[in-house]
Design a protein around this ligand. Sequence first.
Ligand SMILES: [Zn+2]
Ligand SMILES: [Zn+2]
Length: 169
Amino acid sequence: MTMKGRTPPRSQRDACAEAKARLAAHLSRAGLKHSHPREAVVDAFLTTAGHVSVEELTAIVRRRSPAVGHTTVYRAMKLLADCGLAAAHDFGNGRTRYERTLEKSHHDHLVCTGCGAILEFEDQGIEKLQEDAARRHGFEIASHKLELYGRCADCVAAGRSRASVGSRA
Ligand SMILES: [Zn+2]
Ligand SMILES: [Zn+2]
């Protein structure tokens, strides 16, 4: 999310190893012990692309570890967000969705209110306009989120308008 120091995309395996090292350091600083259920959540999250809700991630984790509960997933995702390994988004419907941060560069989102699709884009022109606007106000940007709401190309083609948001990542 930061404006400066954009890193190039890394291979997922490198990103996964780095994420685990960072999480381990964070856990030891926080005095938290290793936990297998949490490890299962971390593994599932670091290998899941897109923007997942706690509910969706719980379903994914349970395919391999049926005993893992919703609360464990919820807490693990908070931890991952706290140490900067997951970005939390609320795409307008009050349900937090998380995406991996390490192997991805900064991007913004197009959110379809017809089918819930979440598309990503990056536009250097828009980035620059935001930096210019901040500069004019003497404002120092720490991070930004840009979300455009509307209908995706599929929904426009199908003539769908507002329906259930959040059904698809
Ligand atoms: Zn759509
Ligand atoms: Zn995204």
